[in-house]
Design a binder for this molecule. Structure first.
Ligand SMILES: [Zn+2]
Length: 74
C-alpha cells in the first residue's frame, strides 16, 4: 500500500502517464481512500491540462491516448 508520501512523489508521473499499470493501480487505491491526495491529484491534472492546452497541439496519437484513458478508467 502506498502512503501519502509515496503518492505525492508519484503524482507528477501519474499525471504524465509515466507509471506502469501496477503503480497506477496502487496510487488509485490510495486516492480512493485519501481525500487530500485526491485533491492534490485533481489539482495536478488541471494544471497539466492547462499547460497542455496553452503550450501545444495534442501530440499523442489518438490511439495511444484512447488506450491510456481506458487503462485509467478500468
Ligand atoms: Zn494520501
Amino acid at each position: 500500500m502506498y502512503d501519502c508520501d509515496d503518492c505525492i512523489n508519484r503524482l507528477d508521473q501519474l499525471v504524465d502517464k509515466e507509471l506502469s499499470g501496477p503503480e497506477v493501480e496502487e496510487i488509485h487505491v490510495h486516492l480512493d481512500a485519501c481525500g487530500d491526495c485526491t485533491r492534490r491529484y485533481e489539482f495536478q491534472e488541471g494544471l497539466k491540462r492547462l499547460v497542455k492546452v496553452s503550450c501545444s497541439e495534442e501530440r499523442a496519437p489518438a490511439m495511444l491516448r484512447e488506450r491510456l484513458r481506458q487503462q485509467l478508467n478500468s
